[in-house]
Design a protein around this ligand. Structure first.
Ligand code: PLP
Length: 398
């Protein structure tokens, strides 16, 4: 018999699986609110003008395609550090930040997971309840036991910070805690500045290993404004990790542009940490691809392109906000009694709408509107052509 006869069918990825169903749907009018991708008002994934300009300049030089260093493009890694910590950061000046280019935020999380697992395989990784679906899978694949900490409170549609903090205070020293640096996925509910300061102190007190996931910098308030969590940890003197993703903020999803940064205690420690990250990378994919990192590095290094990018990112942010308020108004205009104003308070691409799995199912079967069964919708997939249709359908299934 076949050597693969015993292979079982793996479950479909919940979100990418939804995409497959959407693509197979033959209805003329259908809307995909499932996937975490920003579409413009024409329903297209934008190619940012700053990216286009950087790509054009790059291709004109016809650069050679040799291997990159294991940790990637030095200009890119420096750009990531500057974006995270600012140009005059004490951390980077002290050599306390090690950055490795990674295959998207996912790749950064996995390199970090593999690195941490070698350091302490008995640690448990804690993710928020709920969290991005892939967090659990990534850290389990790295070998860790994964559990969750209380986060979302459906009653207030915000963070149950009292429960979260009480829980973190009970964790074993060395536990890894995954924190969404801004624009929490899937709930859109973030911690306040004061709460971040408390989380930092809890991590210090309990000896936790903070791992910040920064996948949506610029989508809440702006590049600098969305750095509150990073800044709080940077000022703490603690060691921590950050995964960066530029998939959404540069609209470069398929180029797989991300980075892992590890903040160490000293320059000497940094060199040992880097040597281990390189080992993880070398045995996975050897070294990262060139193009996406080079483009992002060029945009971040040029004052003109950087300003252009921030403006375009601002445009995405504003459009998502207008879709949030539009949806709330349109639901009210359709006589929906339930107060949906919380949708405008949530940050980032997503809203946890409170729609039940049954209602989500109905949206799909009866209206061709695809959402995650948890009720998460991506506001960035709404546009002026489909928002009325979506509001009609939601009003009907409620
Ligand atoms: N982390 C969170 C919270 C995300 O939502 C995502 C993407 O959806 C990622 C990480 C991974 O991003 P990337 O596509 O760059 O791997």
């Amino acid at each position: 018999s076949s050597i693969f006869a015993a292979v079982e069918m793996a479950p479909r990825d919940p979100i990418l699986g939804l995409n497959e169903s959407f693509n197979a749907d033959t209805r003329d009018f259908k809307v995909n609110l499932g996937v975490g991708v920003y579409f413009n008002d024409e329903g297209k994934i934008p190619l940012l003008a700053a990216v286009k300009a950087a790509e054009k300049a790059r291709l004109e030089t016809q650069p050679p395609r040799g291997y990159q260093a294991i940790e990637g493009n030095p200009a890119y890694n420096a750009g990531v550090q500057n974006l995270l910590f600012g140009l005059d950061s004490e951390l980077t000046a002290a050599g306390r930040v090690v950055t490795a280019q990674a295959l998207g935020g996912t790749g950064a999380l996995r390199i970090g997971g593999d690195f941490l697992y070698r350091l302490n395989p008995n640690a448990t990784v804690y993710i928020s309840n709920p969290s991005w679906e892939n967090h659990r899978a990534i850290f389990e694949a790295a070998g860790f036991k994964v559990a969750d900490y209380p986060y979302y409170d459906a009653a207030t549609r915000g963070v149950d910070f009292v429960a979260m903090k009480a829980n973190l205070l009970t964790l074993q020293p060395g536990s890894v805690i995954i924190l969404h640096a801004c624009c929490h996925n899937p709930t859109g509910a973030d911690l306040s500045d004061a709460q971040w300061a408390e989380v930092v102190e809890v991590c210090r007190e309990r000896g936790l290993v903070p791992f910040l996931d920064m996948a949506y910098q610029g989508f809440a308030e702006g590049i600098a404004e969305d750095s509150v969590a990073v800044n709080a940890f940077a000022a703490s003197g603690l060691q921590f990790l950050i995964s960066s993703s530029f998939s959404k903020s540069f609209s470069l999803y398929g180029e797989r542009v991300g980075a892992l940064s590890v903040i160490t205690a000293s320059k000497e420690e940094s060199s040992r940490v880097l040597s281990q990250l390189k080992r993880v990378i070398r045995t996975n994919y050897s070294n990262p691809p060139i193009h996406g990192g080079a483009v992002v590095a060029a945009v971040l290094a040029s004052p003109e392109l950087r300003a252009m990018w921030e403006e375009e990112l601002g445009g995405m942010r504003v459009r998502i906000r207008s879709m949030r308020s539009g949806l709330v108004e349109k639901l009210a205009a359709r006589g929906v009694a339930q107060d949906f104003s919380f949708v405008t308070a949530q940050r980032g691409m997503f809203s946890y709408t409170g729609l039940t799995a049954d209602q989500v199912e109905k949206l799909q079967t009866e209206y061709g509107i695809y959402a995650v069964s948890t009720g998460r919708i991506c506001l960035a997939a709404l546009n002026n052509k489909n928002i009325d249709y979506v509001a009609d359908a939601i009003a009907k299934v409620l």
